[in-house]
Design a protein around this ligand. Sequence first.
Ligand SMILES: NC(=O)c1ccc[n+]([C@@H]2O[C@H](COP(=O)([O-])OP(=O)(O)OC[C@H]3O[C@@H](n4cnc5c(N)ncnc54)[C@H](O)[C@@H]3O)[C@@H](O)[C@H]2O)c1
Length: 387
Amino acid sequence: MPVKSPAAPLSYALIGCGRISVKHIKAVLKKNSGLTLSAIVDSNPAAPANLLLAAGFSDKKAKKLLDRVHVYTDFEEMLRTEHPQVVAITVPSGLHYRIAKAALLSGAHILLEKPMTMCASEARELYEISESTGRKIAMGHIYRYLPFVATLQKEIADGVFGTISHGSVAVRWGHDQEYYDQAAWRGTWKSDGGALMNQSVHALDLLCWLMNGEAVSATAMLARRFRDMEAEDVACGTLELSNHALCQIEGTTATSPFDHEASFFINGSKGNLRVGLRKGKPFFDIRDAAGHKRNFYYLRKELHEKGFGSLLTLLNPHAGIYKDLVLAIHENRSPIADAKSGYTSVEMVLGMYLSAREGRQIALPLAADFSSEDMKGFFDGSRNTAH
Ligand SMILES: NC(=O)c1ccc[n+]([C@@H]2O[C@H](COP(=O)([O-])OP(=O)(O)OC[C@H]3O[C@@H](n4cnc5c(N)ncnc54)[C@H](O)[C@@H]3O)[C@@H](O)[C@H]2O)c1
């Protein structure tokens, strides 16, 4: 039997060397990642070296690597010169659209951090460019890549949990004032948004993906309770899905930074599930209609089908995103967190923002374009703010 030769590694460039890029670089530099790091870009010339140090490189090893790859401060010059096959975009969210569009039009497949963009029409445009050019967009929606998630998604879609009545998600991803003060873009309507757009967008994506529906309407109330920032640190809202299931949403950064939690509950006529992460530790409780635990069945299934490596994605879900993107490129299929998940999740958040602004339920997809920046001034005057 002929031995299938492994595909040659794809050339790769990273744009943005801040906090999250550490996860990216670790995933890409892993043996057999299928990618070869060819260029690094950051508008701050010191950032690439700082990134490698943060990723655990010694000064000597960091210098050796930076001598080998090409370092740029201008992403357009990098795209023109290097023509990388895969580009990761890990810059402040307000810059995603411009850089992602340029990278796609240069011919690259991209891994784009969440949220896809800050504006509904721009998210749709990136999706359409991806469809018309065949360039893949993998979104940084890490939750889709965690153990059990893909299996649960398929089983819910196959009806194992019966008809889904409703679900809820609580994202309690505490950040203190220091987090918001460390960069001017954080917590601004234009470049970041608040707890919904930054910390919850990928959780909304996961809830709807698991529940096998698209949001058709949104409501929300927003507050700025503890943090000195422009956007919200607390959001409570609802989504109605195309399959009539209802969702309850809590997204906040006003909780303790030492007790991060993202918890999901989904209820069906034949079973229910509670899954999530708290303080970095996963938990799951999956039950059939009689209330019997099904955890062991899912654990065995996961290990049998995907091996122990599946559980290791908990350590760095970005490694799972890269692995899937490289395969998606070679197999010419959509990544697990595809371009559509990018724009639908941005629309959900923007629908909730618009609902809070206008005090009414908002139909989705949005009837007119809307951007996080349109929320400017929301907390001016007598709005709900406590500092
Ligand atoms: N998927 C996840 O779990 C996850 C987690 C954290 C952050 N993120 C997302 O990643 C993105 C970056 O977040 P972060 O916390 O790493 O931010 P950060 O501020 O720590 O890093 C951003 C980097 O981009 C650089 N930059 C700014 N403008 C640039 C430009 N024009 N060209 C090149 N580089 C430029 C900055 O100098 C900085 O080094 C955000 O969109 C955020 O929402 C995703």
